[in-house]
Design a protein around this ligand. Structure first.
Ligand SMILES: Nc1ncnc2c1ncn2[C@@H]1O[C@H](COP(=O)(O)OP(=O)(O)OP(=O)(O)O)[C@@H](O)[C@H]1O
Length: 240
């Protein structure tokens, strides 16, 4: 059975000051098995982030269903799961990485990664060791480990974000431009982690403007251009 099945999904936004609604995406269909990686491509504004944010339930979807195969709940429709279920899934099963770091204030980068591990049931000692390994892997300068990340550069924030999400070895990982402000060396580090997670069974959905980065990494590519064509019932998924 699929790990993630998106069926006839659509999302509208209300533009209050105009008293209008805008259909951001519609008729989105795709399905992923465990350990597969789907890359979403399409021009700016075509709705790629809207799909990821709706799976993570930052946005509440308007149409269709998003069936996720949860370790805790079995098959669950993320479009109408309760807030409590969504909070559990975000803590234990579904990770989300974007270019923006949204974390507890006055918490050091080391504490943030340790907290992610503790939430997954690690002991304090194991969390300390694994957090240091992850921060080292993503080459966050040890001088920054005990600093609050609000003053970090874009690339430092992003590397911390990826460390926090990937140490949890999530069942489903959503990546919204996770390499946007990274140099080549850091991109290679991200790729290594993605390959490891994939091999251990994590299912991934990602958006990358950097097509080269996706080469050989994605099992399927979902092209927004074709998915919006209503004559194509199942969207278009190219095998890569
Ligand atoms: N919170 C929101 N309120 C109103 N409109 C929104 C909101 N979020 C997204 N949109 C609109 O929905 C459409 C899709 O936006 P989205 O960010 O998903 O596109 P994208 O393909 O990820 O773009 P980019 O590649 O530029 O990041 C756009 O027209 C955008 O203006």
């Amino acid at each position: 059975m699929a790990m993630l099945q998106v069926k006839d999904f659509g999302k509208r936004f209300t533009i209050h000051h105009l008293g209008k609604t805008r259909q951001a995406v519609e008729h989105i269909h795709f399905s992923l098995e465990q350990g597969e990686f789907l890359g979403i491509v399409g021009k700016s504004g075509s709705g790629k982030s809207t799909i990821l944010k709706s799976i993570y339930r930052t946005y509440r979807p308007d149409e269709g269903s998003i069936i996720y195969n949860s370790a805790r709940y079995g098959f669950i429709d993320l479009t109408n799961a309760t807030e409590r279920e969504i909070l559990y899934l975000r803590k234990h099963e579904i990770g989300y990485v974007s270019q923006f770091l949204n974390v507890m204030p006055r918490t050091t980068s080391r504490e943030l990664v340790e907290k992610a591990l503790l939430e997954m049931g690690a002991t304090e000692q194991a969390a300390k060791i694994e957090a240091e390994k992850a921060l080292t892997h993503f080459e966050l300068d040890p001088k920054l480990w005990d600093h609050y990340p609000n003053t970090f550069s874009g690339g430092e924030k992003l590397r911390l974000n990826i460390a926090m999400a990937t140490v949890k070895k999530p069942r489903l990982l959503l990546l919204d431009e996770p390499t946007a402000s990274l140099d080549q060396q850091s991109k290679i580090k991200v790729r290594e982690i993605i390959e490891k997670l994939k091999a251990s069974g994590t299912t991934l959905v990602g958006i990358f403007h950097d097509i080269e980065f996706m080469d050989g990494l994605c099992d399927h590519v979902f092209d927004m251009q074709f998915s919006q064509d209503k004559s194509v019932k199942e969207g278009v998924i190219h095998e890569s």
